[in-house]
Design a protein around this ligand. Structure first.
Ligand code: ARG
Length: 479
């Protein structure tokens, strides 16, 4: 519910007609201000982890009964009830209440309607503080697994395109100025490495995240004889968290996830930026079909790379979410503080944004067509083989590299004056700068020769790219 400013003011003056909370109503006589209805509930967004909440509750009930803290009968009633609640939420027949604040209390209240007083036994030896930390970890863990798979698909698409373009020459840039010829396949494989590191970071964060907070209770642990190792095992955590205070106040896992997500977003954004450049008529290196472009309502000739621009633009949201959580957490004393409820909306948004951006990039990689002749033409420009020329002077004439660099600079200047390519200079012109140059030098001025020569490990030569494609499939893709 969105309120206009004057409506909000009115709310402050109004008396809330609702009763004191049924959860802590024991000592509360007064009613919350109406404005509390605006600021307090998290149900509008934390309903998203109902499955994790129910999974956690079932594990807790199993453990309570194994430890004879509740009877097996009660456990069965609770589990049957929770299954019913899950079905109702799945089928969208569940009535979420803002008065019940959050997903934990919404589910517990419904359970009480379904199974009566036994529902009240479920909250023995736990609190919403350890519950929410557990739910959030389970949710992020699921997202990490989904993202890993999505990034693998993106890598698959890039590797396939790289294989097809292993020998396709294009200009390589530094400072966005033509530097040296590279292969398009090599360029695409650079992104495979970047997304590979993102997957590593996700997996690494998942290992650290995988400790179970449930049973830490409010902050101090519990006097009930619970078995936290058992609960952790049922929920596929590696072990329980070691310190109850830390368990309920730790959000490192969310911060780590968001920093990984931010780095991954930056990679996606950089790729998107290349797509924007490459599809422009100035570059014309690739084309995208109607599937990932839009037209203009006024300029009939336009084909805009909207998907790529949006991937680039949405990066701000993911980085913003990381900032939001860092700032929210920075001054919090131990243990749980309600501020931490603000961890969810930015993270949910960041996770969804990242997922749609990876999907869009994968779609664009599958869709894009390399314009081989335009790339080849462009690789002739900008004196892209000047380094090859300098290297030839070093290799064949045994000139020290610094001097060779100087000689080559003078040759480039000559070509600039004549408005021609290096290979179009006459042998007389070349020898006017360095008399020992022979016609042999023309062979290395071709971009295709330049890329062939870059055979050092990790270099751009087509034979390297073909090997790198095979290696990338081994390293990153499931067989
Ligand atoms: N809705 C809360 C959150 O999202 C759950 C924990 C509330 N705990 C409490 N003691 N008020 O973080």
């Amino acid at each position: 519910m969105k309120l206009k400013f004057n409506q909000t003011n009115k709310l402050l003056k109004q008396k809330n007609k609702s009763k004191a909370s049924s959860i802590w109503g024991g000592r509360f006589e007064g009613k919350p201000s109406e404005v509390m209805d605006q600021i307090n509930p998290s149900i509008d967004f934390d309903k998203r982890f109902y499955k994790q909440d129910i999974r956690g509750s079932k594990a807790h009930a199993e453990m309570l009964s194994a430890q004879k803290i509740i009877t097996q009968e009660d456990r069965d009633k609770i589990i049957t009830g929770l299954n019913q609640v899950e079905k109702e939420i799945d089928q969208e027949t569940f009535d979420f209440s803002r008065e019940l604040e959050d997903i934990h209390m919404n589910i517990e209240a419904r359970l009480a309607v379904l199974i009566g007083d036994t529902a009240g036994r479920l909250h023995t030896a736990r609190s919403r503080n350890d519950q929410v930390a557990t739910d959030f970890k389970l949710w992020i863990r699921d997202v990490i697994d989904a993202l890993d798979e999505q990034l693998m698909f993106l890598q698959t698409a890039l590797i396939d395109q790289a294989e097809a373009a292993a020998s396709t020459v294009m200009p390589g840039f530094t400072h966005l100025q033509v530097a040296q010829p590279v292969t398009f396949g090599h360029h695409l494989l650079a992104y495979v490495e970047m997304f590979g590191r993102d997957r590593e970071r996700l997996k690494d964060g998942r290992v650290r995240l995988n400790e179970c907070p449930l049973g830490a209770a409010a902050l101090a642990g519990t006097s009930f004889p619970i078995d936290r190792v058992m609960t952790a095992g049922i929920l596929d955590f590696d072990r329980p968290t070691a310190n109850s205070l830390d368990s309920v106040s730790d959000r490192d896992f969310a911060l780590e996830f968001l920093s990984t997500a931010s780095i991954c977003s930056i990679h996606l954004s950089r790729f998107a930026e290349e797509v924007v450049n490459w599809t422009s008529s100035q570059f014309n290196f690739i084309s995208l079909s109607d599937a990932f472009t839009t037209g203009s309502s006024i300029m009939p000739q336009k084909r805009n790379p909207d998907a790529a621009e949006l991937v680039r633009g949405k990066t701000g949201r993911v980085i913003g979410a990381l900032n939001s959580l860092l700032v929210m957490m920075k001054g919090l004393p131990l243990a749980f503080c309600k501020d931490m409820q603000e961890d969810k909306e930015p993270l949910f948004d960041a996770a969804e944004t990242l997922q749609v951006c990876i999907a869009a990039c994968t779609g664009m990689v599958l869709d894009m067509k390399a314009n081989v002749s335009a790339m080849e033409r462009a690789s002739e420009l900008g004196f892209s083989t000047a380094t090859d020329l300098a290297d030839w002077l070093v290799r064949v004439l045994n000139i020290p590299f610094r001097k060779a660099h100087h000689v080559t600079g003078a040759i480039v200047k000559l070509a600039e004056q004549q408005n021609c390519l290096l290979k179009e200079l006459s042998i007389g012109d070349l020898q006017s700068v360095e008399p020992k140059i022979t016609t042999e030098i023309y062979a290395i001025l071709e971009p295709a020769k330049s890329i062939d020569s870059r055979k050092s490990f990790g270099g751009t030569a087509p034979c390297n790219v073909k090997e790198a494609v095979l290696a990338a499939r081994q390293r990153f893709l499931k067989s």
